[in-house]
Design a protein around this ligand. Structure first.
Ligand SMILES: CC(C)(COP(=O)(O)OP(=O)(O)OC[C@H]1O[C@@H](n2cnc3c(N)ncnc32)[C@H](O)[C@@H]1OP(=O)(O)O)[C@@H](O)C(=O)NCCC(=O)NCCS
Length: 167
């Protein structure tokens, strides 16, 4: 991880309940149980969730996670992230994705990371492109968002593409 990076991703612990609560609409108890579940899921090798912390201020500015981890022949996970609106447009999501890919293809021992994004989410498309994800195609009615089955653009990147000198 670059020491000059604007943000730092960090595995969440129960001690993060307060900042997570301040950054969300959930009750303190809801946040605590969410963090406990994330810790249990990590132990079960199912989900790797991180807070995104602003280096300059120490503020929690977002969350990023690798979910749906499948081992065996696939070694695949799906990527999800958000950055709080007031911290948007500063490159934080791009940097957090860069760091989680380092984790995924290093300690996480994964081979392929997939992300799916609604075509109208231009900022997120850009975040993936800046991290050299490849567009694989349009998945119709892929996820239900606010009650609507939304088409998504599917992107992926494999470990080979992160090796120095690879395209
Ligand atoms: C999408 C999201 C993660 C982006 O976070 P961010 O920290 O603002 O992203 P970054 O600053 O790293 O990069 C955003 C890029 O999108 C570009 N962008 C922003 N709005 C855009 C728009 N309406 N059209 C085109 N490009 C846009 C920015 O210019 C920037 O690209 P650049 O560096 O080439 O200039 C954030 O807006 C968010 O959390 N949204 C809600 C949750 C979400 O959509 N999550 C992703 C689901 S797939």
């Amino acid at each position: 991880m670059s020491s000059t990076a604007s943000v730092q991703i960090r595995e969440s612990t129960p001690a993060d309940a307060e900042p997570f609560h301040a950054a969300s609409y959930f009750t303190p108890a809801g946040v605590r149980s969410e963090l406990q579940r994330a810790i249990a899921d990590r132990a079960a090798d199912a989900l790797y969730a991180f807070g995104v912390w602003e280096r300059a201020t120490g503020h929690l500015v977002g969350r990023i996670a690798l979910a749906n981890v499948v081992r065996g022949a696939w070694q695949n996970a799906t990527l999800g992230y958000f950055i709080g609106q007031r911290w948007g447009g500063r490159g934080y999501a791009t940097e957090a994705v860069r760091q989680i890919l380092d984790f995924a293809f290093g300690e996480g021992n994964l081979h392929r990371i997939q992300a799916a994004v609604m075509p109208r989410n231009a900022a997120s498309v850009r975040v993936l492109e800046k991290n050299r994800f490849r567009f694989e195609g349009l998945a119709e009615r892929y996820l239900q968002i606010d009650g609507v089955w939304e088409d998504h653009r599917v992107y992926s990147i494999t470990a080979e593409e992160r090796l120095p000198g690879s395209k």
